[in-house]
Design a protein around this ligand. Structure first.
Ligand SMILES: *[C@@H]1O[C@H](CO)[C@@H](O)[C@H](O)[C@H]1NC(C)=O
Length: 394
Protein backbone atom coordinates (compact mmCIF):
# COMPACT_ATOMS: atom_id res chain seq x y z
CA UNK A 1 0.00 0.00 0.00
CA UNK A 2 1.20 3.50 -0.74
CA UNK A 3 0.99 6.19 1.90
CA UNK A 4 -1.74 7.82 -0.13
CA UNK A 5 -3.86 4.68 -0.28
CA UNK A 6 -3.41 4.08 3.45
CA UNK A 7 -4.53 7.64 4.09
CA UNK A 8 -7.51 7.31 1.75
CA UNK A 9 -8.51 4.00 3.31
CA UNK A 10 -8.40 5.55 6.80
CA UNK A 11 -10.39 8.56 5.67
CA UNK A 12 -12.91 6.29 3.96
CA UNK A 13 -13.34 4.11 7.03
CA UNK A 14 -13.78 7.26 9.11
CA UNK A 15 -16.48 8.33 6.65
CA UNK A 16 -14.54 11.45 5.58
CA UNK A 17 -14.26 10.64 1.87
CA UNK A 18 -16.74 8.74 -0.23
CA UNK A 19 -15.98 5.02 -0.28
CA UNK A 20 -15.39 3.63 -3.73
CA UNK A 21 -14.39 0.42 -5.44
CA UNK A 22 -15.69 -2.48 -7.51
CA UNK A 23 -18.11 -3.60 -4.78
CA UNK A 24 -19.11 -0.08 -3.76
CA UNK A 25 -20.10 0.65 -7.37
CA UNK A 26 -21.92 -2.69 -7.75
CA UNK A 27 -23.95 -1.97 -4.63
CA UNK A 28 -24.67 1.59 -5.80
CA UNK A 29 -26.05 -0.04 -8.98
CA UNK A 30 -28.42 -2.13 -6.83
CA UNK A 31 -26.44 -5.37 -6.69
CA UNK A 32 -25.66 -7.35 -3.55
CA UNK A 33 -21.94 -7.66 -4.21
CA UNK A 34 -18.88 -7.70 -6.41
CA UNK A 35 -16.68 -10.48 -5.04
CA UNK A 36 -13.68 -12.67 -5.56
CA UNK A 37 -12.48 -16.21 -5.04
CA UNK A 38 -9.52 -16.46 -2.67
CA UNK A 39 -7.45 -19.30 -1.18
CA UNK A 40 -5.24 -19.81 1.84
CA UNK A 41 -2.30 -19.32 -0.59
CA UNK A 42 -3.50 -15.77 -1.33
CA UNK A 43 -4.06 -15.15 2.39
CA UNK A 44 -0.42 -16.06 3.04
CA UNK A 45 0.71 -13.27 0.66
CA UNK A 46 0.05 -10.17 2.74
CA UNK A 47 0.23 -7.71 -0.17
CA UNK A 48 -2.31 -9.71 -2.15
CA UNK A 49 -4.41 -10.35 0.92
CA UNK A 50 -4.68 -6.63 1.67
CA UNK A 51 -6.41 -6.24 -1.68
CA UNK A 52 -8.62 -9.28 -1.01
CA UNK A 53 -9.76 -7.90 2.36
CA UNK A 54 -10.83 -4.50 1.01
CA UNK A 55 -14.61 -4.59 1.09
CA UNK A 56 -14.83 -1.49 -1.12
CA UNK A 57 -13.61 -3.73 -3.94
CA UNK A 58 -14.89 -7.12 -2.73
CA UNK A 59 -18.10 -7.51 -0.78
CA UNK A 60 -18.16 -11.27 -1.21
CA UNK A 61 -15.70 -14.15 -1.06
CA UNK A 62 -15.63 -17.72 -2.45
CA UNK A 63 -13.09 -20.39 -1.36
CA UNK A 64 -11.05 -21.76 -4.27
CA UNK A 65 -10.67 -25.35 -3.00
CA UNK A 66 -11.13 -25.23 0.75
CA UNK A 67 -14.84 -26.20 0.85
CA UNK A 68 -14.71 -28.89 -1.84
CA UNK A 69 -15.46 -32.53 -0.98
CA UNK A 70 -11.84 -33.74 -0.97
CA UNK A 71 -10.89 -30.90 1.39
CA UNK A 72 -13.82 -31.17 3.80
CA UNK A 73 -14.26 -34.98 4.03
CA UNK A 74 -10.82 -36.46 3.24
CA UNK A 75 -11.75 -39.74 4.98
CA UNK A 76 -15.25 -41.12 5.22
CA UNK A 77 -17.09 -39.43 8.06
CA UNK A 78 -14.03 -37.34 9.06
CA UNK A 79 -14.60 -33.65 8.43
CA UNK A 80 -11.92 -30.98 8.11
CA UNK A 81 -12.74 -27.28 8.17
CA UNK A 82 -9.49 -25.61 9.27
CA UNK A 83 -8.62 -23.90 5.97
CA UNK A 84 -12.15 -22.95 4.99
CA UNK A 85 -12.76 -21.59 8.48
CA UNK A 86 -9.78 -19.23 8.06
CA UNK A 87 -11.28 -17.77 4.91
CA UNK A 88 -14.75 -17.44 6.42
CA UNK A 89 -13.34 -15.75 9.54
CA UNK A 90 -11.39 -13.22 7.48
CA UNK A 91 -14.44 -12.51 5.29
CA UNK A 92 -16.62 -11.92 8.32
CA UNK A 93 -14.01 -9.66 9.93
CA UNK A 94 -13.79 -7.71 6.66
CA UNK A 95 -17.55 -7.27 6.26
CA UNK A 96 -17.74 -9.64 3.28
CA UNK A 97 -20.44 -12.25 2.64
CA UNK A 98 -19.62 -15.82 1.55
CA UNK A 99 -20.74 -17.70 -1.55
CA UNK A 100 -19.95 -21.25 -0.46
CA UNK A 101 -18.59 -23.72 -3.04
CA UNK A 102 -19.21 -26.60 -3.76
CA UNK A 103 -21.05 -29.62 -2.33
CA UNK A 104 -21.66 -32.17 -5.09
CA UNK A 105 -19.27 -32.30 -8.05
CA UNK A 106 -17.76 -35.11 -10.12
CA UNK A 107 -14.27 -33.63 -9.71
CA UNK A 108 -12.11 -33.22 -6.58
CA UNK A 109 -13.77 -36.13 -4.82
CA UNK A 110 -11.53 -38.14 -2.45
CA UNK A 111 -10.18 -41.56 -3.44
CA UNK A 112 -12.21 -43.37 -0.79
CA UNK A 113 -15.34 -42.12 -2.52
CA UNK A 114 -14.20 -42.39 -6.14
CA UNK A 115 -13.03 -45.98 -5.77
CA UNK A 116 -15.52 -47.07 -3.11
CA UNK A 117 -17.87 -49.00 -5.40
CA UNK A 118 -20.82 -47.93 -3.22
CA UNK A 119 -24.36 -48.87 -4.21
CA UNK A 120 -27.20 -46.39 -4.74
CA UNK A 121 -28.52 -46.31 -1.17
CA UNK A 122 -25.01 -45.95 0.29
CA UNK A 123 -24.09 -43.14 -2.12
CA UNK A 124 -27.28 -41.29 -1.21
CA UNK A 125 -26.46 -41.62 2.47
CA UNK A 126 -22.84 -40.50 1.94
CA UNK A 127 -24.03 -37.46 -0.03
CA UNK A 128 -26.70 -36.51 2.52
CA UNK A 129 -24.28 -36.94 5.42
CA UNK A 130 -21.68 -34.77 3.68
CA UNK A 131 -24.19 -32.01 2.96
CA UNK A 132 -25.66 -32.12 6.47
CA UNK A 133 -22.20 -31.78 8.00
CA UNK A 134 -20.68 -29.15 5.74
CA UNK A 135 -23.76 -26.97 5.30
CA UNK A 136 -24.53 -27.43 9.00
CA UNK A 137 -21.02 -26.30 9.96
CA UNK A 138 -21.45 -23.06 7.99
CA UNK A 139 -25.14 -22.55 8.74
CA UNK A 140 -26.01 -18.85 8.72
CA UNK A 141 -22.61 -17.92 7.25
CA UNK A 142 -23.23 -18.61 3.54
CA UNK A 143 -25.35 -16.23 1.51
CA UNK A 144 -25.42 -18.97 -1.13
CA UNK A 145 -24.23 -22.54 -1.67
CA UNK A 146 -23.22 -24.08 -4.98
CA UNK A 147 -25.08 -27.32 -4.26
CA UNK A 148 -24.43 -29.13 -7.54
CA UNK A 149 -21.53 -28.14 -9.79
CA UNK A 150 -21.00 -29.01 -13.47
CA UNK A 151 -23.53 -31.85 -13.81
CA UNK A 152 -23.95 -31.35 -17.56
CA UNK A 153 -22.14 -32.27 -20.74
CA UNK A 154 -21.67 -29.65 -23.46
CA UNK A 155 -24.77 -30.93 -25.32
CA UNK A 156 -26.96 -30.37 -22.26
CA UNK A 157 -27.23 -34.05 -21.29
CA UNK A 158 -26.20 -35.24 -17.82
CA UNK A 159 -22.64 -36.33 -17.18
CA UNK A 160 -23.06 -40.04 -16.58
CA UNK A 161 -20.04 -42.35 -16.27
CA UNK A 162 -17.61 -39.57 -15.31
CA UNK A 163 -19.75 -38.70 -12.26
CA UNK A 164 -19.63 -40.98 -9.21
CA UNK A 165 -22.97 -39.47 -8.24
CA UNK A 166 -24.82 -40.11 -11.48
CA UNK A 167 -23.24 -43.55 -11.87
CA UNK A 168 -24.71 -44.79 -8.59
CA UNK A 169 -27.84 -42.67 -8.13
CA UNK A 170 -28.92 -41.47 -11.56
CA UNK A 171 -30.34 -37.95 -12.11
CA UNK A 172 -32.18 -38.13 -8.77
CA UNK A 173 -28.90 -37.18 -7.05
CA UNK A 174 -29.49 -33.58 -8.09
CA UNK A 175 -32.85 -32.94 -6.36
CA UNK A 176 -31.79 -35.10 -3.41
CA UNK A 177 -28.74 -32.84 -2.94
CA UNK A 178 -30.84 -29.66 -3.07
CA UNK A 179 -33.36 -31.02 -0.56
CA UNK A 180 -30.52 -32.02 1.81
CA UNK A 181 -28.93 -28.56 1.57
CA UNK A 182 -32.27 -26.86 2.24
CA UNK A 183 -32.75 -28.99 5.33
CA UNK A 184 -29.29 -28.09 6.65
CA UNK A 185 -29.55 -24.29 6.10
CA UNK A 186 -33.04 -23.13 5.11
CA UNK A 187 -31.88 -19.50 4.70
CA UNK A 188 -29.07 -20.16 2.19
CA UNK A 189 -29.67 -19.57 -1.49
CA UNK A 190 -29.17 -22.88 -3.26
CA UNK A 191 -27.48 -22.69 -6.66
CA UNK A 192 -26.72 -24.88 -9.63
CA UNK A 193 -23.31 -23.77 -11.01
CA UNK A 194 -21.72 -24.53 -14.40
CA UNK A 195 -19.55 -23.17 -17.23
CA UNK A 196 -20.36 -22.45 -20.89
CA UNK A 197 -23.93 -21.59 -19.91
CA UNK A 198 -23.60 -17.81 -20.25
CA UNK A 199 -25.11 -17.66 -23.74
CA UNK A 200 -28.12 -19.56 -25.06
CA UNK A 201 -27.45 -22.99 -26.54
CA UNK A 202 -27.76 -26.70 -25.76
CA UNK A 203 -26.00 -26.51 -22.43
CA UNK A 204 -28.00 -23.46 -21.26
CA UNK A 205 -31.17 -25.33 -22.23
CA UNK A 206 -29.87 -28.28 -20.21
CA UNK A 207 -29.59 -25.98 -17.17
CA UNK A 208 -33.19 -24.86 -17.63
CA UNK A 209 -34.23 -28.52 -17.71
CA UNK A 210 -32.19 -29.19 -14.58
CA UNK A 211 -33.94 -26.36 -12.72
CA UNK A 212 -37.28 -27.87 -13.74
CA UNK A 213 -36.11 -31.35 -12.67
CA UNK A 214 -35.21 -30.13 -9.17
CA UNK A 215 -38.58 -28.42 -8.81
CA UNK A 216 -40.44 -31.47 -10.15
CA UNK A 217 -39.09 -33.41 -7.17
CA UNK A 218 -40.42 -30.71 -4.83
CA UNK A 219 -36.93 -29.54 -3.86
CA UNK A 220 -35.96 -25.85 -3.76
CA UNK A 221 -33.49 -24.23 -6.16
CA UNK A 222 -32.92 -20.49 -5.91
CA UNK A 223 -30.14 -19.64 -8.31
CA UNK A 224 -28.15 -20.43 -11.43
CA UNK A 225 -24.44 -19.63 -11.19
CA UNK A 226 -22.80 -18.95 -14.51
CA UNK A 227 -19.07 -19.49 -14.04
CA UNK A 228 -18.10 -17.28 -17.00
CA UNK A 229 -14.57 -18.48 -17.74
CA UNK A 230 -14.28 -16.41 -20.90
CA UNK A 231 -11.73 -15.45 -23.53
CA UNK A 232 -10.68 -11.92 -24.46
CA UNK A 233 -12.04 -10.94 -27.87
CA UNK A 234 -14.72 -13.65 -27.87
CA UNK A 235 -17.14 -12.06 -25.42
CA UNK A 236 -19.27 -10.08 -27.90
CA UNK A 237 -22.35 -8.04 -27.02
CA UNK A 238 -24.09 -7.79 -23.64
CA UNK A 239 -27.52 -8.42 -25.17
CA UNK A 240 -26.87 -12.14 -25.71
CA UNK A 241 -26.00 -12.56 -22.01
CA UNK A 242 -29.03 -10.55 -20.94
CA UNK A 243 -31.49 -12.66 -22.92
CA UNK A 244 -29.95 -15.91 -21.69
CA UNK A 245 -30.20 -14.73 -18.06
CA UNK A 246 -33.84 -13.81 -18.60
CA UNK A 247 -34.56 -17.41 -19.65
CA UNK A 248 -33.24 -18.64 -16.27
CA UNK A 249 -34.94 -15.86 -14.33
CA UNK A 250 -38.27 -16.71 -15.95
CA UNK A 251 -38.06 -20.10 -14.18
CA UNK A 252 -38.10 -18.30 -10.83
CA UNK A 253 -34.39 -18.28 -9.95
CA UNK A 254 -31.85 -15.51 -9.43
CA UNK A 255 -28.56 -15.54 -11.35
CA UNK A 256 -24.94 -14.55 -10.76
CA UNK A 257 -21.59 -14.70 -12.52
CA UNK A 258 -19.66 -16.88 -10.10
CA UNK A 259 -16.16 -17.47 -11.49
CA UNK A 260 -15.54 -14.70 -14.00
CA UNK A 261 -12.14 -14.45 -15.64
CA UNK A 262 -11.32 -13.41 -19.21
CA UNK A 263 -8.18 -15.05 -20.43
CA UNK A 264 -5.62 -13.39 -22.65
CA UNK A 265 -2.25 -15.01 -23.41
CA UNK A 266 0.63 -13.85 -21.20
CA UNK A 267 2.89 -13.94 -24.29
CA UNK A 268 0.78 -11.29 -26.10
CA UNK A 269 -1.93 -9.93 -23.82
CA UNK A 270 -4.61 -7.53 -25.04
CA UNK A 271 -5.56 -5.64 -21.90
CA UNK A 272 -7.63 -2.98 -23.67
CA UNK A 273 -9.93 -5.59 -25.23
CA UNK A 274 -10.00 -7.46 -21.91
CA UNK A 275 -11.18 -4.27 -20.16
CA UNK A 276 -13.96 -3.86 -22.73
CA UNK A 277 -14.98 -7.50 -22.21
CA UNK A 278 -15.11 -7.14 -18.41
CA UNK A 279 -17.28 -4.04 -18.87
CA UNK A 280 -19.61 -6.02 -21.15
CA UNK A 281 -20.19 -8.66 -18.47
CA UNK A 282 -20.84 -6.00 -15.83
CA UNK A 283 -23.25 -4.26 -18.17
CA UNK A 284 -25.12 -7.54 -18.77
CA UNK A 285 -25.52 -8.20 -15.03
CA UNK A 286 -26.52 -4.60 -14.43
CA UNK A 287 -29.34 -4.89 -16.97
CA UNK A 288 -30.99 -7.88 -15.24
CA UNK A 289 -32.42 -7.08 -11.82
CA UNK A 290 -32.24 -10.75 -10.74
CA UNK A 291 -28.49 -10.85 -11.45
CA UNK A 292 -27.38 -10.40 -7.85
CA UNK A 293 -23.65 -10.01 -8.35
CA UNK A 294 -20.38 -10.97 -9.95
CA UNK A 295 -17.53 -13.02 -8.49
CA UNK A 296 -14.17 -13.16 -10.23
CA UNK A 297 -12.08 -16.35 -9.96
CA UNK A 298 -9.27 -14.62 -8.15
CA UNK A 299 -8.36 -10.98 -8.70
CA UNK A 300 -4.66 -11.00 -9.59
CA UNK A 301 -2.83 -12.63 -12.50
CA UNK A 302 -0.27 -13.69 -9.89
CA UNK A 303 -2.65 -16.39 -8.64
CA UNK A 304 -4.84 -17.32 -11.61
CA UNK A 305 -5.62 -21.01 -12.16
CA UNK A 306 -5.11 -20.59 -15.94
CA UNK A 307 -1.57 -21.28 -17.17
CA UNK A 308 0.17 -18.84 -19.51
CA UNK A 309 -2.64 -16.35 -19.18
CA UNK A 310 -3.38 -12.98 -17.56
CA UNK A 311 -7.16 -13.20 -17.07
CA UNK A 312 -7.79 -10.94 -14.05
CA UNK A 313 -7.99 -7.34 -12.79
CA UNK A 314 -4.69 -6.81 -10.98
CA UNK A 315 -1.41 -7.76 -12.69
CA UNK A 316 1.27 -10.13 -11.40
CA UNK A 317 2.83 -7.18 -9.50
CA UNK A 318 -0.52 -6.46 -7.84
CA UNK A 319 -1.09 -3.27 -9.84
CA UNK A 320 -4.53 -2.46 -11.21
CA UNK A 321 -5.01 -3.19 -14.91
CA UNK A 322 -7.24 -1.36 -17.42
CA UNK A 323 -10.04 -3.75 -16.46
CA UNK A 324 -10.33 -2.12 -13.03
CA UNK A 325 -11.53 1.27 -14.21
CA UNK A 326 -13.57 -0.33 -16.98
CA UNK A 327 -15.52 -2.27 -14.34
CA UNK A 328 -15.99 0.82 -12.16
CA UNK A 329 -17.31 2.79 -15.11
CA UNK A 330 -19.58 -0.03 -16.26
CA UNK A 331 -21.24 -0.15 -12.85
CA UNK A 332 -21.55 3.59 -12.45
CA UNK A 333 -22.92 3.88 -15.97
CA UNK A 334 -24.41 6.90 -17.65
CA UNK A 335 -27.93 8.22 -18.01
CA UNK A 336 -28.29 6.18 -21.20
CA UNK A 337 -27.33 2.88 -19.63
CA UNK A 338 -29.55 3.55 -16.60
CA UNK A 339 -32.46 3.90 -19.00
CA UNK A 340 -31.49 0.65 -20.69
CA UNK A 341 -31.31 -0.96 -17.29
CA UNK A 342 -34.83 -0.04 -16.21
CA UNK A 343 -36.19 -0.84 -19.66
CA UNK A 344 -34.60 -4.28 -19.41
CA UNK A 345 -36.05 -4.78 -15.93
CA UNK A 346 -39.49 -3.87 -17.25
CA UNK A 347 -39.01 -6.30 -20.15
CA UNK A 348 -38.05 -8.97 -17.64
CA UNK A 349 -41.25 -8.43 -15.69
CA UNK A 350 -43.33 -8.40 -18.85
CA UNK A 351 -41.64 -11.49 -20.28
CA UNK A 352 -42.32 -13.48 -17.15
CA UNK A 353 -45.74 -11.84 -16.77
CA UNK A 354 -44.46 -10.69 -13.38
CA UNK A 355 -46.00 -8.85 -10.43
CA UNK A 356 -49.56 -9.58 -9.34
CA UNK A 357 -50.66 -10.35 -12.90
CA UNK A 358 -49.47 -13.93 -12.80
CA UNK A 359 -49.20 -16.95 -10.53
CA UNK A 360 -46.08 -18.69 -9.25
CA UNK A 361 -46.10 -22.48 -8.89
CA UNK A 362 -45.40 -24.39 -5.69
CA UNK A 363 -41.78 -23.95 -4.52
CA UNK A 364 -41.24 -21.06 -6.93
CA UNK A 365 -40.08 -17.62 -5.79
CA UNK A 366 -42.86 -15.11 -5.11
CA UNK A 367 -41.01 -12.21 -3.45
CA UNK A 368 -37.83 -10.81 -1.93
CA UNK A 369 -35.57 -7.79 -2.43
CA UNK A 370 -35.06 -7.06 -6.09
CA UNK A 371 -37.52 -9.73 -7.22
CA UNK A 372 -39.70 -8.76 -10.19
CA UNK A 373 -41.51 -12.00 -11.03
CA UNK A 374 -44.98 -13.30 -10.13
CA UNK A 375 -46.18 -12.49 -6.62
CA UNK A 376 -49.41 -14.56 -6.49
CA UNK A 377 -49.09 -18.19 -5.39
CA UNK A 378 -50.88 -21.13 -6.97
CA UNK A 379 -53.99 -22.28 -5.08
CA UNK A 380 -53.21 -24.28 -1.96
CA UNK A 381 -49.90 -22.48 -1.31
CA UNK A 382 -48.97 -19.17 0.29
CA UNK A 383 -46.02 -16.85 -0.22
CA UNK A 384 -43.65 -17.24 2.75
CA UNK A 385 -40.38 -15.36 3.34
CA UNK A 386 -37.28 -17.54 3.75
CA UNK A 387 -35.08 -14.47 4.18
CA UNK A 388 -34.96 -10.85 2.98
CA UNK A 389 -34.01 -11.96 -0.50
CA UNK A 390 -36.30 -14.89 -1.06
CA UNK A 391 -39.97 -15.75 -0.54
CA UNK A 392 -41.40 -18.97 -1.89
CA UNK A 393 -44.85 -20.45 -2.59
CA UNK A 394 -45.24 -23.27 -0.04
C1 LIG B 1 -31.49 -44.64 -6.41
O1 LIG B 1 -32.43 -44.45 -5.35
C2 LIG B 1 -33.23 -43.29 -5.47
C3 LIG B 1 -34.04 -43.15 -4.19
O2 LIG B 1 -34.76 -44.33 -3.95
C4 LIG B 1 -34.07 -43.36 -6.72
O3 LIG B 1 -34.81 -42.18 -6.87
C5 LIG B 1 -33.13 -43.54 -7.91
O4 LIG B 1 -33.88 -43.67 -9.10
C6 LIG B 1 -32.23 -44.74 -7.72
N1 LIG B 1 -31.29 -44.81 -8.80
C7 LIG B 1 -31.09 -45.92 -9.51
C8 LIG B 1 -30.03 -45.82 -10.56
O5 LIG B 1 -31.70 -46.95 -9.33
Amino acid sequence: MTLKSILLASLASAGLVAADGLNARAQAAGKKYFGTEISTTVMADSSANNIAKNSQDFGQVTCENEMKFDATEPSRGVFSYTNADKIVAQAQASGQIMRCHALVWHSQVPTWLKNGGFDNATMISIMKNHIANVVGHYKGKCYAWDVVNEALNEDGSYRTTDSVWYSAIGPAYIPIAFAAAAAADPAAKLYYNDYNIEKSGSKATGVQNLVKLVKSYGAPIHGVGMQAHLTTGQVGAASQYVSNMQAYVNLGVEVAYTELDIQTPSSSPNFAQQATDFATMVSACKQVSACVGITTWGFTDKYTWISNSYPLIWDTSLQKKAAYNAILNAWSGTAASTTTSSAAAATSTAASGGGSGCTAAKYVQCGGQGYTGCTNCVAGTTCQATNNYYSQCV
